[in-house]
Design a binder for this molecule. Structure first.
Ligand SMILES: [Zn+2]
Ligand SMILES: [Zn+2]
Ligand SMILES: [Zn+2]
Length: 231
């Protein structure tokens, strides 16, 4: 249940979106006061859902999330792929650098949430790419093709400022969750170690096989959730 709920992207079951909408209506007063536009997934962001008293969530759903919280759901992703980082929510992200915690009160944040409809780190990254484009000028009335396209598609009046804000949002992520960076937490086997493993397999008596820590890294979000139970 929880696993298919946590599947993002095209394979995500329809009902999971219904659950999201129900949860988003039951935002808790503890934790950040996240506006509607920013709420994507209670388990991947820092806002809290009201799972207890006076919740209008169906009992099975609130029960499921209470169980999830009780046993501690967390992402065990030593080395998230670029694709996984792109699908993570950009507002109230769990990958927020705690030293840089910030509020989203600027006009640009509002524009990003409403006009640009930016929800994920990948969407923020795509917009921030504007700043590096050769023809782009750092000003409000820049006439480059991308600024024109953004104005037309979204109604944004200052794509440059919004792209800068998108960049700040990405700068607030810890390195591991920043989709612009390749982060290496896991030690990869050396060539020598890999050859040794191959020999161990093919010759059958080549000594112990060295565990490859990079096997632990999986490509999709749902594969990376683990529920730990002590019972
Ligand atoms: Zn942990
Ligand atoms: Zn431009
Ligand atoms: Zn804008």
């Amino acid at each position: 249940w929880l696993k298919s709920y946590l599947t993002l992207g095209p394979d995500r079951p329809r009902w999971a979106y219904v659950v999201d909408a129900l949860i988003a209506r039951n935002i808790s007063k503890s934790g950040p006061n996240a506006p509607d536009e920013t709420r994507v997934n209670v388990l991947l962001q820092t806002w809290n859902a009201n799972l207890y008293q006076q919740t209008s969530l169906p009992p099975e759903i609130s029960h499921m999330f209470r169980v999830g919280k009780k046993y501690g759901i967390h992402l065990s992703t030593p080395e998230p792929s670029a694709a996984l980082k792109d699908t993570m929510p950009i507002w109230y992200p769990i990958g927020q650098d705690p030293k840089k915690r910030r509020v989203y009160t600027s006009n640009e944040c509002h524009c990003l949430q409403t006009r640009h409809a930016i929800r994920t780190a990948g969407e923020a990254r795509a917009l921030s790419d504007l700043l590096g484009r050769a023809r782009h000028k750092a000003r409000r009335n820049c006439a480059c093709t991308e600024c024109k396209r953004i104005r037309q598609a979204t109604g944004c009046e200052n794509p440059h400022k919004c792209a800068q804000e998108a960049e700040y949002l990405l700068d607030n992520l810890i390195e591991k969750w920043d989709p612009r960076k390749t982060y290496s937490a896991v030690r990869h086997l050396t060539k020598h170690e890999r050859r040794k493993n191959e020999r161990a397999h093919t010759e059958g008596k080549g000594g112990p096989v060295i565990f490859d820590p990079s096997y632990a890294a999986r490509p999709s979000i749902s594969d990376n959730f683990r529920i730990f139970t002590n019972e």
